[in-house]
Design a protein. Structure first.
Length: 415
């Protein structure tokens, strides 16, 4: 694809940078403080979720998908069976119709896209020169890209609106044996199979789209989307435009994916002829649906793994918040030293290391306190590890600051 670039150079004085770094201290402190409740909440969430899953694994009962037995009403049940429906889902805009549980339409427009790359150079005296390069290329994107927000909108105009948007449809009645799935369970079935439009599916000319912005009222820095009634069917894609091998700004391509009837595995509370979320004694809910045939043990094991993964992701988020906040608080030191760029680099490396190290200790300490509240035995061990680390760092700092004793001057031997 053809591309072009636009470069912008700005200079920020040392005093302005210093003022901005002092203003950032407040936000850094806020970020640092907010990291503590995030880490605390995450530990509690993970423990409650794990205990809830353990509770569910202990009371779940596996049942057949038919016949329906009211003896299990209100209990946490597990079953596997074929999710089926007689519904025929359709896209009224293009007369697409298929027997499926879910139908998803993805609409992409060929439009200008902007990418930004920034390089900052510190000058002698503390000022900075920022070189920002904006590159423009044409490509497919789902959703409208507003070209009015570009650094250089001239010559890179996108349409003001999209005549068609991405949509999805779901069957209202899906059965597994003698049970009927609820809406949340239906949406858990992934629509990940492409719909081949070149075989059994008819395509009609598109209906006139309803647009919020009439073409006559379009902004002067935009172009019109392709609203031509001509629709080309290319295998698994519909194309709205003159030449799919030479797309123009405003052309559309539309693809479909479906969830056909398939085997699913469910863990949920049996409620009449359907299901609902099961509430545990730990104030968590269990409402699971996996594609394919899976045992209850395998599904609970998978949920435990997801819970552990989320636990570590949020721990990392809390650490990053804490570290970034401390770096902002210490930021003015680096700017002050930037009068001589080499000194600024050294100071920022030192403050960055200090912020990261402190964030590690504070994170461990917060997690340890949370464990002391939620899991006392593990919490005591983690607090001891954190305290040992802080003590070792303090002793090492004191050792490095201890003055070196000067040896006494030697007395010359009398000859």
């Amino acid at each position: 694809m053809a591309s072009d670039q636009f470069t912008q150079v700005t200079t920020t004085s040392w005093l302005k940078r210093l003022a901005a770094s002092f203003k950032a201290i407040g936000f850094g402190l806020l970020l640092f403080v907010l990291a503590f409740p995030v880490l605390w909440w995450n530990e509690g969430r993970a423990v409650k979720t794990a205990k809830g899953l353990e509770e569910g694994a202990g009371v779940v009962v596996s049942i057949p998908e038919r016949p329906l037995q009211q003896a299990y009403a209100g209990r946490l049940v597990h079953l596997s069976g074929e999710a089926r429906t007689d519904a025929r889902l359709s896209d009224p805009d293009f007369a697409i119709e298929v027997n499926a549980i879910r139908l998803v339409r993805k609409v992409e427009m060929f439009q200008w896209q902007e990418r930004k790359q920034t390089e900052e150079r510190t000058q002698l005296g503390g000022s900075t020169e920022t070189v920002t390069t904006y590159s423009y290329s044409k490509g497919w994107a789902e959703g409208l890209i507003s070209s009015s927000q570009f650094a250089q909108p001239q010559g890179h105009q996108n349409p003001a609106s999209m005549p068609y948007a991405s949509r999805n449809w779901s069957a209202t009645a899906v059965q597994v044996g003698d049970f009927t799935l609820n809406a949340s369970q239906i949406n858990m079935i992934p629509a990940n199979q492409p719909l081949n439009l070149s075989t059994t599916h008819t395509v009609a000319p598109p209906a006139a789209p309803a647009t919020d912005t009439p073409e006559a009222d379009a902004a002067p820095d935009t172009v019109s989307a392709n609203t031509s009634p001509r629709v080309q069917r290319l295998g698994e894609m519909l194309y709205l435009g003159d030449d799919p091998h030479n797309p123009q700004i405003g052309d559309l391509r539309i693809t479909y994916s479906v969830a056909y009837p398939q085997t699913v595995s469910i863990i949920a509370r049996q409620s009449g002829t359907s299901f609902e979320a099961y509430r545990t004694q730990h104030n968590t809910t269990i409402n699971l649906l996996y594609p394919g045939q899976h045992s209850a043990e395998a599904m609970f094991s998978s949920e435990h793994s997801k819970n552990t993964l989320l636990l570590w992701i949020l721990r990392l988020v809390g650490f990053v918040m804490m570290s970034a906040g401390l770096k902002m608080v210490l930021g003015p030191l680096g700017v002050l030293a930037d009068v001589i760029p080499l000194f600024g680099t050294i100071v920022r490396a030192g403050t960055g290391l200090m912020a990261s190290t402190s964030a590690v200790f504070f994170s461990f300490f917060t997690i340890g306190l949370a464990w002391l509240f939620y899991r006392p035995l593990l919490g005591i061990g983690l607090l001891l590890i954190s305290a040992a680390g802080i003590t070792a760092a303090t002793l090492l700092l004191k050792k490095n600051q201890k003055p070196v004793d000067t040896p006494p001057a030697s007395t010359p031997n009398p000859s």
